[in-house]
Design a protein around this ligand. Structure first.
Ligand code: AMP
Ligand code: MN
Length: 213
């Protein structure tokens, strides 16, 4: 187990910790972008209320429900359908090193059928009670690279907590991308991010200079 990681049992032994569970729902697909670029896998993330990208899920109270039942309950609120989660879907648990080490972050992954993922996308935008509140919309992770970007641009956005690392870890763990392709995408992301910083600084400088009414 990597440093900082806890087994599910060790994590649950911390009775005065808070627990949050999130999940990567994904499927294989034969579809092609523009009829020629294989999409390969659909991976669901969401634009959260705070403007950050993250995975569906939320806080769970293990004294009232199992981690997996709690995650399923959160999913119903955020995506509008029942998705059973089991212990076999558990990927890792670790304390939130950045903000609060008494918060334990549990991460799960579940491979589904393409029809189920499409159904989730439909219900997340229609029947889910959190739509337009905690969740602004589901998004797919582009795994390919086009002239205009793709995975590298996606990775240069801002993510909640350890969500970007969880995504990268799962891409490799489940063989959804090769380490070489991921490495290449990340190096382009760094360049994209530098350009974004420059653009934001110029926009800020302009705002400070312009008189506003
Ligand atoms: P939520 O109710 O989904 O906002 O999640 C509960 C807590 O978990 C919040 O404090 C978030 O900061 C944190 N969190 C949400 N998503 C992730 C994620 N993918 N990785 C790590 N922490 C997260
Ligand atoms: Mn949530």
């Amino acid at each position: 187990m990597a440093s900082g990681q806890l087994s599910r049992a060790e994590a649950l032994a911390c009775t005065n910790c808070r627990h949050a569970c999130h999940v990567m729902l994904y499927c294989d697909t034969q579809n092609k972008l523009f009829g020629e670029i294989p999409i390969k896998h659909i991976i669901l993330m969401q634009m959260r209320f705070d403007g950050l990208l993250g995975f569906p899920g939320g806080f769970v109270n293990p004294s009232e429900e199992s981690l997996e039942e709690g995650l399923s309950r959160e999913l119903l609120e955020e995506i509008g359908v029942v998705v059973p989660i089991s212990v076999e879907n558990h990927v890792q648990s670790c304390p939130d090193e950045d903000v609060d080490t008494r918060l334990i972050l549990h991460f799960y992954a579940k491979k589904m059928k393409e029809e189920q993922i499409l159904e989730i996308e439909r219900s997340a935008a229609s029947t889910a009670i959190d739509h337009g509140h905690e969740v602004l919309g589901m998004v797919r992770v582009p795994l390919y690279r086009t002239e205009g970007g793709g995975l590298s641009s996606f990775l240069s956005h801002s993510f909640i907590g350890t969500a970007r690392q969880q995504l990268l870890d799962c891409l490799l763990r489940f063989g959804l991308i090769s380490p070489q392709t991921l490495c290449h995408a990340l190096s382009i992301s760094v360049a994209t991010h530098k350009r974004t910083t420059k653009e934001l600084n110029s926009a800020l400088a302009l705002m400070k200079k312009k008189p506003h009414r």
